[in-house]
Design a protein around this ligand. Structure first.
Ligand code: HDE
Length: 721
């Protein structure tokens, strides 16, 4: 019987993971010890006299302190800083012709998920806005068992072979002698390694782009990076690359802004995800696949097994097959977000691996790491990691075993247990690996087809708008300026010259260096060729696609402009024009966006009509970097703000970060004190100015401008952003 392989019937709601029996709510309950003894005094330890020594006998004190002493577990070795949420995945376009995975079989079919987003390099307490790759992991609780998607917001990786991963991570983490810098790649060891690893060049282009400083987890794409396999009922294999496309579009902040957010609100992304779900703005992504038939394995100028390569969407379009909606915040960060354990090797029948050597190494690493992080091979029993498909096998015991396995049989074959649990035939949903033929010599080597390190780095750079190229150049200048060793900077310029000479020259100008005439052959850095383990000389294979819109965030064609869930700072003081503020707030609300009242004092502002408006934040506690746009309304009294340095910084930063600034009536006077006063009526389309407080078009114009995210053309007039 094909019991577990059945898709859910249409329109059946995704079964929530049943964590109810594991939840605890202390409302109206006695305080107890872990053994259930009611506690009578939780404020005083047991002493010999009220001024005497504490007694060892105090089991209540000892239990409490012992538990506290062990409250922390090791943080993830990478991706330590993260945030997650529950939701569901829904099939919109089933693909049974490609995969037999039960959860992808019928339109409308829903599967519960938990998604976790993360930075890579920083510690658990580090800032969300570090320049870094973002992890994008989704646990699917399918009827056939757990499927984990464990990807990133960047579709390629630094290295081609798993054995280089510890080196990469050691290089990017804080330097071992002084544990500096935290959550930053801008230091010598990282760029030393990268400048000697030309295979990382494509990834570096992405890392130096604004993809590495997302506006929100909700505005990031997700990529599986490796090529996987889909296997259908006929046991036919297709190669597949998996993509998540955010409904809100892919957006970033600018680097100066990112650094300021890190100070003002290091939890910016975590808070954003939490608040969006809390207020019903459920984050949503479409799931897309690029399918390549087995017969086309060698059709492209790059190797499908090479994780430093994408398949340009111009060669193989992305077909949307479903959507993910995150609609429930965790009840407990530690129990869920921290204890969740992802593994690219958690697959269901219908999904299989390729020989990508990076993926192959990952298949070992993820279970191994849980043994020290979660402390036991029983980590699958932690509620957030439990499969909703039944689990029966002969594995037993170990630290913190929860399950009470019945009977005397824990081996197979057995007759005493009637042969149970028994193996599933393929037709019964049993997993069987793709029957790939492998006939080769055992070698430590890298395929010649992996040796193009620059072709797609060029493709990425060529696909960017001028604004995006400028940001990459400035990011490289920033990072390499932080590098103290000149030889590393020069070596890196040599690598960049292989991508684009203009790029290398522009970075070099910022460093007052000269691009080397011929780049050092990085793989030969003092090592004789026979000791290089068979690496090929790096080369450039021109991409058959010259430029790809999907690689640019600004030119990305898939996004319908929206301001949904965006936040607007409304600059207020006593005497503010109540009606214009309410008008704009209403207009924003209609677009699912939010206007927040910012004032010099907390509590309320008094309006021109004698009314009161609740203040959301003060200039002391927030900054325009925490908002998507700024609105300065009319009204007497706003002038008092022109003397406030915090207010002027607020406005000047919004301008510098290319945000849309709306201003009406007397608000225009306040802007006359800013550094951009001369730009108000001077062709800056990012400033929506209207003298008339009653203008019926103002709100609509402001919203249209905001939907463009930022007014990038302004950057040309700024020298140092
Ligand atoms: Fe990971 N990676 N990784 N990685 N990775 C971990 O597993 C590893 C790689 C990714 O939210 C660790 O449970 C090796 C690529 C994400 O919990 C660890 C290699 C991609 C997360 C590990 C890679 C990823 C991790 C640390 C090279 C994108 C966070 C804690 C062979 C496709 C998952 C843990 C979460 C986490 C090892 C490369 C994504 C140590 C050895 C490529 C999103 O097992």
């Amino acid at each position: 019987m094909k019991q577990n392989n059945k898709p859910l019937p249409n329109n059946q709601e995704a079964k929530q993971m049943d964590l109810s029996k594991d939840k605890s709510d202390a409302t109206n309950k006695f305080l107890t010890t872990n053994q259930g003894i009611k506690i009578n005094d939780d404020n005083n330890s047991l002493k010999a006299g009220d001024r005497g020594p504490s007694l060892l006998e105090d089991f209540i004190l000892r239990e409490k302190i012992t538990h506290f002493d062990h409250e922390r577990i090791p943080e993830r070795i990478v991706h330590a800083r993260g945030s997650g949420a529950h939701g569901y995945f829904e099939v919109t376009n089933p693909i049974p012709q490609f995969t037999k995975a039960g959860f992808l079989q019928e339109a409308g079919q829903k599967t519960p998920v938990f998604a976790r987003f993360s930075t890579v390099a920083g510690s658990r307490g580090s800032t969300d806005l570090a320049r870094d790759v973002r992890g994008f992991s989704v646990k699917f609780y399918t009827q056939e068992g757990i499927y984990d998607f464990v990807g990133n917001n960047i579709p390629v990786f630094f290295i081609q072979d798993a054995t280089k991963f510890p080196d990469l991570v050691h290089a990017v983490k804080p330097e071992p002698h002084n544990e500096i810098p935290q959550a930053s790649s801008a230091h010598d060891t990282f760029w030393d390694f990268i400048s000697l690893m030309p295979e990382s060049t494509h990834m570096i282009m992405w890392l130096m782009s604004d993809r590495a400083i997302p506006r929100s987890y909700r505005m990031m794409e997700g990529f599986g990076v490796h090529t996987f396999r889909f296997i259908n009922e006929l046991n036919e294999s297709h190669f597949v690359k998996i993509h998540w496309k955010p409904k809100l579009g892919t957006h970033a902040v600018v680097w100066d802004e990112a650094q300021k957010i890190s100070g003002k609100d290091p939890d910016f992304h975590r808070r954003d995800l939490w608040e969006a779900i809390d207020t019903g703005n459920f984050p949503e992504w479409e799931l897309g696949v690029q399918i390549v038939p087995e017969a086309d394995e060698h059709k492209y100028e790059f190797d499908l097994l090479d994780p430093t390569k994408i398949i340009p969407e111009e060669l193989v379009p992305v077909t949307i097959i479903g959507k993910m909606v995150l609609n429930r915040n965790p009840d407990n960060f530690f129990a869920e977000t921290e204890q969740i354990a992802f593994h690219p090797g958690h697959v269901v029948p219908g999904i299989d691996f390729t020989n990508d050597p990076l993926l192959q190494g990952r298949l070992f690493s993820y279970t191994d790491t849980q043994l020290s992080r979660l402390g036991s091979p029983n980590f699958h029993e932690i509620p957030i990691n439990r499969s909703i498909a039944p689990v029966h096998n002969n594995q037993r015991d170990g630290h913190m075993r929860q399950e009470i396995n019945m009977g005397r049989v824990s081996y197979s074959p057995n007759s005493l247990g009637g042969g149970c649990p028994y193996q599933a035939k393929i037709a019964e949903g049993g997993f069987s690996s793709f029957n790939e033929r492998v006939d080769a010599h055992k070698v430590r080597a890298r395929s010649e087809s992996f040796s193009d390190h620059f072709g797609q780095a060029k493709l990425f750079f060529n696909s960017q708008t001028q604004t995006e190229k400028d940001h990459i150049i400035r990011a490289l200048r920033f990072e390499l300026t932080k590098v103290e060793t000149t030889a590393i900077r020069v070596r890196m310029l040599g690598i960049l010259s292989q991508v684009d000479t203009g790029l290398a020259q522009s970075v070099a100008q910022g460093l007052r260096l000269v691009v080397p005439a011929s780049p050092e052959q990085p793989m030969n850095h003092g090592v004789s060729p026979e000791n290089l383990g068979g690496e090929q000389e790096p080369k450039t294979v021109p991409s058959s696609v010259e430029s790809s819109q999907a690689l640019s965030m600004i030119n990305n064609p898939t996004v319908t402009p929206t301001i949904a869930s965006r936040k607007v700072a409304i600059v207020c003081a006593d005497g503010v024009d109540e009606q214009v503020v309410l008008n704009l707030k209403m207009a924003l609300l209609k677009e699912d966006a939010k206007g927040c009242i910012i004032a010099p004092y907390h509590g309320i502002v008094k309006t021109d009509k004698g009314g009161e408006m609740a203040v959301d934040f003060t200039f002391l506690t927030c900054s325009s970097v925490l908002f998507d746009a700024v609105y300065v309304p009319g009204g007497q009294g706003l002038n008092e703000l022109s003397q406030d340095a915090d207010v002027m910084d607020f406005l000047n930063d919004a301008y510098r970060h290319c945000k849309i600034i709306g201003v009406q009536g007397q608000g225009i006077e306040l802007l006359s004190g800013t550094a951009f006063a001369d730009k108000i009526d001077n062709g800056d389309e990012g400033i929506v100015a209207e003298e008339d407080n009653n203008s019926p078009e103002f709100a609509a114009n402001f919203i249209i401008a905001m939907a463009g995210h930022r007014f990038w053309a302004r950057e040309a007039t700024l020298s140092n952003n």
